[in-house]
Design a protein around this ligand. Sequence first.
Ligand code: MOS
Length: 747
Amino acid sequence: MPGGVPDPLIAAKHGHIGRPVSRIDGPLKAKGAARFAAEFRLDGMVYAALSYSTIAKGRIADINIAAAQAAPGVVLVMTHCNAPRLNPPPKFLSQNKAAGGDDLPVMQDERIHWNGQPVALVLAETQEEADHAISLIEVAYAAEPAATSLSEAIGKGTETGSFMGEPLHNEIGNADKAFADAAFTVDSVYRSPRHNHNAMEPHAATIVWEGDRLIIHDATQAVAHTAWSMAQIFDLDETDVHVTSPYVGGGFGGKTLWQHQILAAAAARLSGRPVRIALSREGVYRIIGGRSETEQRVALGSDRYGKLTALIHSGITPKSPNSALPEPFIVPTRSAYAVDNMTLDVQVCTLDMMANTFMRAPGEAVGTFALESAMDELAEKLGIDPIELRARNEPDKDPVGGVPFSSRNIVEAYRSGAERFGWDMRNAAPGSRREGEWLIGMGCATATYPYYRMPGAAARITLSDNGRATVDFAAHEMGMGTSTVQTQVTADRLGLPLDKVTVRYGDSTLPGVILAGGSQQTAAIGMAVMSAYNGLVGELLKLAGNDSPLAGLKPDEVVGINGGLAHRNKPERFENYASILTRANRHELVADGTPPMPFELQHWSMHSYGAMFCEIRVNAITGEPRVSRFLGSFDCGKILNPKTAASQFRGGIIMGIGLALTEETQFDERNGRIVNPSLADYHIPVHLDVPEIEIMWTDIPDPHTPMGAHGVGEIGITGTGAAIANAVYNATGKRVRDLPITLDKLF
Ligand code: MOS
């Protein structure tokens, strides 16, 4: 910490941190014993189905529900005519507690705001009956002109976007002049399409009212945010909303609060019955936001040695009128390279569409595609190896923020990655390697994602006189290993074996407001657990009193070890937890911790890094691209659990393969309709698309973060698109700047 001491767990050599502990939730999932949101079964429960608008803007002129109401099993048909009065959802990030993608009113009037907006909800005794009844509803619309064409929307005017409260615009020096004066330049436009969320588990919730108490079993990465937001919408006391989310089948930024939970809660209130709502795959496309398309210009100027003199990264992305999150594609560029003249700018135009939202590495995923493709283009123009070009432009402090980096070993990640991957086998001349029908190429790119630590975290440790500890926090397990890693962290802090620690999470009644987002949940909880532990140690020393071998010691003189506390340097001065509590006649001891504000972010420029290496085979006859090898060499501080971290890296890279080669939401610009809302038509990578992915890391701890760790959840998707595009260029001599890189764009 600035002015403080590094987290002692960084130096712990024989603890649980850094061990490849298998997921503690794994056996429950394999046995089917882990209960997901759509698997809660409540007495008298009914099933919901939704009808979605087929126009982008206008109003409902007439809605005929008679046939649906008369259909078998139907309990309720809800439209704007009979929905209870609700407040609009607070917009994402407002007050650090809001979970909603936008603040449009939910089924409160006849207005239509996007093609796919829910216009009716049916409750029935079975899902099949609800789905059938929904098909009987007839809606007549009065359509109005809608903004659904990107070029027309741009023509109507744009404004500078903002992200996390900061304008998406930075300027240092004079980039235009430096670019005009540069000896070597590249200047290209890169495009990325709209993307939709496709978590394995579609969004779902099981909801019941107990009097004026609202209970929601949700699939969410924001339990406490959802509880608070639902309290605002339904005019309830925050403590009267209880959200649980013990397991989430993938989140990626999309598992937050959308209309389905609100509508299902409203219908549960109207009908007096518990409600289960499970979106179909199509439903996810209609009412869950995704990533917006981008059009990005990257212009680089350099001297003949490859020293960057100018960097311009600018462009356009649409957002819906009521959403808070334009795609912030310039964020990774702010701290990428040492350059004195830089202009970064995101212009935003408005489309009548589903609100866009977070999707794994919002900004970095597509921003690094443009920036790192351009670096490859410049390297080729200069005749310099692309890794060497990056090394020559390695900054010694953050070029925009001016502060030093907390820990940045990207050059080392490239060096070790290049060695493992066999980068020296690459021939810089495109199209020079061929085996039969297959052209083979190699490419690399930098991966990066910021270190965040959002305020609001808290944790509670309960220590029992039987020597066991329980730690509680309102966090989430989306399959990434939260419960496992936090068990390791707590066990190491306290000096307990793993099986003496129980972690409880996924419940809004537990302490803290913690988002499983921004790749910061692990750091946020880790800091909260550290605060709680510090409080616990103070109390334990008081309880130990003068008869203990610990008598007279101060909290910073002891460590948790062997099931108790010991003097840092004189381990014989030791007393175990059970003994301290028993002598003090205490059954248990509870300590709450609230971490300090993320002061580290004011002192340091903090990021996760990676060097991505791709080998691709492109069929010379058909143009079919196949990733044949991939290596991610990461620099993400101390790796807390090699097994779960490697899975996060691999998962991100697989999503990056989709971004590079297959994923594209087809948005009909005539009417704003998404026309490929299914996994048959929207192509995510399957096993045959994914080669063996090698993962390695520097494991160099950051002295300024809890446990020395950086986030690992999102970085894998960053840099991957460019590494693949650069490999495609090396294989074929064809530079594709328009994602996805499909075979029709190659030959
Ligand atoms: Mo991440 S897109 O913040 O879940």
